[in-house]
Ligand binder design. Structure first.
Ligand code: DGT
Ligand code: CA
Ligand code: CA
Length: 575
């Protein structure tokens, strides 16, 4: 089995979790967490480099100790230190960390005080009312734990789109190299750019005797072949992702693509439209009696039922068929429409690169402006900026802009919105910035009215420009906080503020339905990377996918404007 960087990173993460539960030195824990991130994000597989006899590249935060462990894992697939930790702590204890609200500290308490070692024991302890008696836990925590375990058990595991993309792209590259293969496309929720993907549905056209099915089953990431025939097969990859493969004839390619792209609800509407015209629509084509009238391309299938092509991101039966019929389909925003990015971090706080490196990477993406928006002082874990450090950074940006060519760095901040709706930095500093992004990073559990009010009051602030990741949810990890999003969107409109669509793979926040709401209310959305390293600008494409699912057009997106058109919009006009 080949060892990938993701495997090494997973081992480091687990070590960090276990050390933290043991109450180890926080710096040591941090070293493993950072190591996991560094290795996970490194572009080439370290195990392959080492196997070729190359030395381990110099990576930030990877000293001798972690370097040794990387070599060991690359060599053996195992890590003796992790095994030692496993002998010291119950094997399933890291499972407990998956329950929202349970960090290592609490897990440690639960283990030591109540001997809770598994999810079942956790559930029992909560049911019996033993957890609320622990110091620092209380009734509310106990209830949250109960819900958390229930949700965890019932939730079928889904993959974040960006994670699925890594596996999908590698697998498709593998399939494209198989002799006789012509087209390879990933359909399903992946093509519709849903924020999470249940499984991959790959469609292939190939010459009759192509060994594509055998090569699919023999792919080195495959852990299990669930089923396999001449034209369809299902496997589970080592990461747990299921992949369905279909081989179709070229005459059916478009029909199969429509069918397997879905959604199911959309397909039902398309089939019904066909029936109204006396046509049968299925994955093999569109048929009048026994005669195939369409199917080779998706366009031909839509045309046969009287529709123009509908972009995959819209195919959710949310009014797209009606819009298509009426000739009112939106002209969806594209990645190439973006002119800049309004949210990025650098080394000054929790980012990995310098301002200049970030600016040049943004320019490489075809962008012409980039806002540096560090965290503010309140967010101590991210080493947030106080006024003094922010002012210093502003000077640095001014100097840098005189040297840079083809890209302008804007001065911004991602300032914490405090519980009462005030901002974490003084006006005198904020007014000197090009833009102020406000973000909720604390007190996620305020009641709906108070949480909404908190954000509205922040928007009242004369320098507030943009609301970061408006719902606060983390995919598969943290539920959104409870707010009245329509009121927030309307208030943004009144106050001349904008909403962010944060393209970070764990966020994709604004949600698609709220994008649609913002559009209806005439409030512009900014698709931002929230980049913490030069590699993160690549995530913008997932943000664009989400925006397209939200029916956004170029004009609905703030950062499709040139800098000269953007600047007046950032200078807030209060209604
Ligand atoms: P997922 O995998 O849960 O993220 O979502 P999808 O949409 O990829 O769903 P999946 O993998 O079960 O099926 C892929 C597509 O195949 C689905 O979007 C539509 C089509 N499909 C599957 N089953 C049916 C069905 O029973 N009827 C119709 N009309 N289409 C179906
Ligand atoms: Ca699927
Ligand atoms: Ca499927």
């Amino acid at each position: 089995m080949p060892i990938h960087n993701a495997d090494i990173a997973a081992i480091f993460e687990e070590i960090a979790d276990l050390l933290e539960i043991q109450g180890a030195n926080p710096f040591r824990v941090r070293a493993y967490r950072n190591g996991a991130r560094t290795v996970g994000e490194f572009g080439r597989d370290l195990a392959i480099l080492l196997k070729k006899g190359e030395s381990l590249p110099k990576l930030p935060g990877i000293g001798t100790d972690l370097g040794e462990k990387i070599r060991e894992i690359a060599d053996t697939g195992n890590c003796a230190f992790l095994e030692k930790l496993h002998r010291q702590l119950p094997p399933a204890i890291t499972e407990l960390l998956k329950i929202p609200g349970l960090g290592p500290k609490r897990v440690k308490t639960l283990y030591h005080e109540l001997d809770v070692q598994t999810l079942e024991q956790l559930y029992r302890a909560a049911k019996d009312g033993r957890i609320r008696q622990l110091p620092g836990f209380g009734d509310k925590t106990e209830r949250n734990i109960l819900h958390g375990v229930e949700a965890h058990v019932t939730r079928a595991h889904r993959f974040k789109l960006a994670v699925a993309a890594q596996y999908a792209e590698a697998l498709m590259a593998h399939l494209k190299k198989v002799p006789g293969v012509k087209q390879v496309v990933a359909a399903g929720s992946y093509r519709r750019m849903r924020e999470t993907v249940g499984d991959l549905d790959i469609l292939v056209t190939a010459e009759p005797n192509s060994p594509v099915m055998q090569r699919f089953a023999a792919y080195d990431e495959v852990a299990e072949v669930v089923s396999g025939g001449a034209t369809r097969g299902t496997v589970i990859l080592r990461c747990g992702l299921q992949v369905d493969l279909r081989v179709v004839g070229e005459e059916s390619y478009g029909a199969a693509l429509v069918y397997f792209t879905g959604s199911k609800a959309h397909n039902i509407v398309i089939r019904r439209l066909g029936q109204e015209r006396g046509l049968k629509v299925n994955e093999y084509g569109v048929f009048k009696g026994e005669t195939r009238v369409a199917g080779e391309t998706e366009e031909s299938v839509f045309r046969a039922v009287g529709l123009p092509f509908i972009p995959p991101e819209l195919r959710e039966d949310r009014g797209e068929v009606e819009a298509a019929r009426a000739g009112h389909l939106p002209e969806l925003v594209e990645l190439s429409d973006l002119k800049g990015d309004l949210h990025a971090h650098t080394k000054a706080t929790d980012g990995r690169n310098t301002i200049e490196e970030m600016a040049l990477a943004a320019k490489d993406m075809g962008l012409s402006y980039l806002a540096v928006t560090e965290h503010s002082r309140r967010l101590t874990v991210a080493h947030g900026l106080d006024p003094e450090r922010l002012l210093k950074q502003m000077d640095e940006i001014d100097r840098l802009n005189t040297r840079l060519d083809g890209i302008t760095v804007l001065k911004g901040i991602e300032v914490d919105i405090l519980e009462d709706g005030s901002l974490d930095l003084p006006d005198a500093v904020l007014e000197r910035l090009d833009l102020v992004i406000g973000a909720v990073h604390s007190k996620f559990d305020l009641a709906r009215a108070r949480q909404t009010e908190r954000i509205l009051r922040a928007m009242d602030h004369p320098h507030f420009t943009l609301l970061a990741h408006p719902s606060g949810r983390l995919l598969e990890q943290r539920e959104p906080y409870d707010v009245d999003m329509l009121r927030i969107i309307r208030h943004a409109g009144k106050r001349g503020c904008f909403l962010e669509l944060n393209a970070h793979p764990e966020r994709l926040d604004l949600l698609d339905t709220y994008c649609q709401m913002a559009k209806q209310e005439g409030v512009l959305v900014s698709i931002n990377s929230d980049a913490h390293s030069t590699l993160d600008f690549a995530n913008l494409r997932f943000g664009v996918g989400q925006a397209r699912r939200g029916w956004l057009e170029k004009g609905d997106v703030l950062n499709t404007r040139d800098l000269s058109a953007l600047r007046p919009l950032l200078r807030k006009t209060m209604a």
